[in-house]
Design a protein around this ligand. Structure first.
Ligand code: ATP
Ligand code: MG
Length: 315
């Protein structure tokens, strides 16, 4: 048992225990909202709200961050089925943005638009625009291979290649023609450190990656994405196949990673969205019903459907 992780898990439970005395300005809107929601129950969502209301992610005082993606009236069709309807939202750089919503509402579909993965499907038709750093992602000047280097992706199931840990992380660089062993070694080491895996694997970089635990494999996949020096890391339910300790490690990692990268994560866990994200978008039937600071979304949702979903009344 990793004692540090164990300790952190216990610490992460403390806000639940001390929910009655959140450290808040009693006159603030957040404090009132916290009181209102705390009186509604003690389930996981109530606890997540308490954590948010307890000031873990203050909305006030956030710097005015520059946009990484600006989605403008985006519609996406799989043949005749419209999976995304008039999506408008701006993903800020160096923040964690969470997509939540019931199954089949278009979260992964929108995520895949950010690195044009949907281009691989013939039946997909898209209109509207996504700007990245102000440039049209789907414009003729966008090189898709370069885009997928800039916008890395981590999937629900860890998918290490059946080769060594070292070769997994070096894979993308080798594909770019880089052979310098010293340079590769440096990047592999740095990427594994940033993915908080290095200490666990530094003596066995030649070990086959498929022999790592699920949580280690997922951090390896994050290291593989980091090795290409992306600007953005997309994560589609990256912890849903992991146990709570591995999940916690990945969540802690995200807080560090956002200093260097922009993170967009799909999650079915409201607690996770509340713990790790700065912004949350709530999807329903192909629409973004609400998009706001996570604090606001969980404490004071503006749409009844958001309120119903995060209260567990549907979905
Ligand atoms: N390749 C595809 N061809 C046709 N329809 C698709 C395809 N991929 C997704 N869809 C449909 O588009 C809608 C949105 O799917 P998507 O995978 O984006 O949902 P999601 O919100 O990520 O769901 P989940 O939470 O279950 O992962 C669903 O109705 C789904 O059936
Ligand atoms: Mg999905």
């Amino acid at each position: 048992m990793n004692l540090l992780a164990d300790k952190k898990i216990k610490r992460s439970q403390e806000p639940m225990a001390s929910a009655a005395t959140p450290d808040l300005d009693p006159g603030s809107q957040t404090a009132e909202a916290a009181d209102r929601y705390m009186s509604r129950g003690s389930g996981p969502v109530a606890r997540a709200r308490t954590q948010v209301a307890a000031g873990l992610k203050p909305a006030a005082g956030l710097p005015d961050l520059k946009p990484m993606f600006e989605v403008q009236d985006l519609n996406l069709y799989y043949s005749k089925f419209q999976a995304l309807k008039h999506i408008n939202l701006t993903i800020p750089a160096h923040q964690v943005t969470a997509f939540i919503g019931p199954s089949g509402c278009g979260k992964s579909t929108l995520l895949r638009c950010f690195n044009r993965m949907n281009d691989l499907l013939e039946e997909v038709r898209i209109d509207g625009r996504i700007l990245m750093d102000g440039r049209d992602l789907r414009g003729p000047q966008t090189d898709v291979v370069e885009l997928r280097t800039k916008v890395g992706m981590v999937f629900q199931q860890p998918n290490p290649f059946p080769m060594s840990i070292f070769d997994n992380v070096a894979y993308g660089l080798r594909c770019q023609g880089i052979k310098d062993r010293v340079y590769l070694r440096q990047v592999v080491e740095t990427s594994l450190k940033k993915a908080a895996l290095y200490d666990e694997v530094k003596d066995e970089l030649d070990k086959n990656a498929t022999k790592l635990s699920g949580g280690q494999q997922q951090r390896l996949c994050i290291a593989r994405a980091i090795a290409l020096q992306p600007q953005v890391i997309l994560m589609d339910e990256p912890t849903s196949a992991l146990d709570p300790i591995a999940t916690l490690k990945i969540e802690e990692l995200m807080n560090d990673l956002k200093k260097e990268y922009t993170i967009v994560i799909v999650t079915h866990s409201m607690q996770q969205a509340a713990r790790i994200s700065d912004k949350t978008a709530f999807f329903l039937l192909g629409e973004v019903v609400e998009f706001d600071d996570t604090v606001t979304m969980f404490n004071n949702p503006s749409d009844k459907r958001t309120e119903d979903y995060i209260s567990g009344r549907f979905g």
